[in-house]
Ligand binder design. Structure first.
Ligand code: FES
Ligand SMILES: [Fe+2]
Length: 396
């Protein structure tokens, strides 16, 4: 071993203070500041094909739920714990009118009404007095959306122009994995770590370019000139690059409330408005998942989550050693820990987008705490679809 001599103990780890995280920005349970902010919006809780006559476990914003579709076609999302004596309705049986608990057979409809108590006289004479806790759901873009907030504040389910207006040959596709999660479905870290990554354009040429080899395209390996701006729904990032042939390439990515990642395809296959949007869905404080909907011309190729260029393996097939050698978003973000320790960060000038995103979230937490409606919440049924600026363009 080479001899090393300590000249000074400045920065010595023994003096480091214990780290802490910003709970208001990251924790999503009921009654927490962020939990209440997020509960003012609709969130996807599954693909439409996940709602079937086989009950499905859904963990969302720290709550354990069960999703099902009764034999009349109505979708129910109810608390997993049966309101009788608490077993999970995951083991329940779906019938014409609802889901029947496996333990004592109480039957609940899609809005939690108790329709039958077979062990009680007369099928339960007082069964109208109880209700299995439930949430309203809607189907749109191939997804099941749920609203888990105060009923008197229920907003309309927003529509998005980029998912409504198809170009020639395009159709809508939906997926529950994402490039940003490395192909994994459930990612074991806080949702904000992923969302902040969307307004971090500088990691692209480093992590996805020089460090791990080209993970997107050589174009994306170039260090961009970047501007960050607030939009009406969140924060947008404008990255300019000059292509080798002298043309100017402008790329706009956005984060929009509540958890949207609006990111043009980093493979830069074609120019134009953004093709896909992704919902960064907090499962609980230390897990998230992504649902993506987008315009495609071919089924199942919406996201550039193909094989790693060097190993020719998908993320799931790569060994720990291969992932160590060629880290991607999953490694970088899960590597920050279950909830990153904000007290230990040293934000620099390239983190301007992160600072703006956190300030925007803090403003909206304040709005909800003061009884106001957060941005992007609309009660107007006839509101036009939301148009994003996100896209990639050649500018003259
Ligand atoms: S615990 Fe569900 S019916 Fe008894
Ligand atoms: Fe990335």
């Amino acid at each position: 071993m080479a001899e090393q001599t300590q000249l000074s103990f400045e920065g010595n780890a023994y003096r480091a203070k214990p780290g802490s995280y910003n709970a208001a920005l990251t924790e999503v349970g009921r009654g927490t500041p962020m939990g209440e902010l997020l509960r003012r919006y609709w969130h996807p809780v599954g693909l439409v094909e996940h709602a079937t006559q086989t009950p499905r476990e859904v963990r969302m914003l720290g709550e354990d739920l069960v999703l099902f579709r009764d034999k009349k076609g109505r979708v129910g999302l109810v608390h997993a714990r049966c309101c009788h004596r608490g077993t999970t309705l995951y083991y329940g049986r779906v019938e014409d009118d609802g889901i029947r608990c496996c333990y004592h057979g109480w039957l609940f409809d899609f809005e939690g009404r108790c329709l039958d108590q077979p062990c009680e006289p007369g099928g339960g004479q007082n069964r109208d007095r109880i209700r299995q806790p439930w949430y309203p759901v809607k189907e749109q873009y191939g997804l099941i959306f749920a609203y888990m907030g105060p009923p008197e504040k229920i907003p309309v389910l927003p529509r998005y122009d980029c998912l409504e207006v198809m170009d020639e040959g395009e159709f809508l596709d939906t997926d529950d994995t994402s490039i940003g999660s490395g192909g994994a479905v459930v990612v074991p870290c806080n949702w904000l770590q992923h969302w902040e990554n969307v307004v971090d354009p500088f990691h692209v040429p480093i992590l996805h370019g020089t460090f791990s080899g080209t993970q997107f395209t050589p174009t994306m390996n170039m260090m961009p000139a970047v501007k960050f701006e607030y939009s009406s729904l969140g924060v947008k990032v404008v990255s300019d690059r000059v292509l080798p042939d002298g043309r100017k390439f402008k790329r706009v990515t956005e984060v929009c409330m509540p958890t949207l990642r609006v990111v043009p395809n980093p493979l830069v296959g074609k120019f134009g408005r953004v093709e896909t949007i992704g919902w960064t869905v907090p499962i609980d404080d230390t897990h998230y998942r992504i649902y993506t909907a987008g315009r495609v011309t071919q089924k199942g190729v919406m996201l550039p989550r193909g094989k790693d260029a060097a190993t020719v393996k998908s993320w799931g097939e790569m060994s720990a050693g291969e992932r160590r050698a060629r880290p991607n978003d999953y490694e970088a973000q899960v590597g920050q820990g279950p909830i990153t320790l904000h007290s230990e960060e040293h934000l620099a000038s390239s983190d301007q987008g992160i600072g703006m995103l956190r300030r925007m979230l803090s403003r909206e937490l304040q709005a909800v705490a003061e009884g106001r409606d957060p941005i992007g919440v609309s009660f107007e049924e006839s509101a036009a679809p939301i148009v994003f600026e996100a896209g990639q363009h050649i500018v003259e």
